[in-house]
Design a protein around this ligand. Sequence first.
Ligand code: CA
Length: 187
Amino acid sequence: MTLLKIAKSAIGICIALIFLTGCLKEEYPSTELFTWKAKVDVTAKAAISTNIESSGGATGAEGSSKVVDNDFINSKFLINPYQTNFYMQLSFPAPQQVASYTLTSGNDAPDRDPKDWKFAGSVDGATWIDLDTRTGETFSGRNLTKTYSFKNKVLYRFYRISISAIGKGSLFQLSEWRVIEVPEEQQ
Ligand SMILES: [Ca+2]
């Protein structure tokens, strides 16, 4: 009887092993599942610089660091006076394929919103290629984020937005500027 029990147990274990082996068998899908690349907000990899800074400096209460701090509501970059040659630049340690960016309006005074601008890329920080041009833009709400997309086949280390007009007056402000890397198949 004991031997029979052992034999039965052994058969049971064998069946269990076959079942488990079957369950663990690798199966391959007929299509590749992991070739799809995601859009990525790469802003945090870059260093911000501007040709006009807030009176309190880049890290001040309304300095340029506030336009890339990933806070869309409670912080903004403000300059006074704004001038039509004003630009903001993101410098990356390695090239990025940016094909989309967002601008978030300030918390007050729509006159300070950007209206006309060019978004450009550069491989060396010296020669700039226009990638996207907008004119007559308006922001219909405060702390409103608008997304702008275009096609870009080139990886640039430098991106710059040159804001040649604002709503009205002498002050410019923006709550947030983000740039997005977009795989070619999604452009
Ligand atoms: Ca901010």
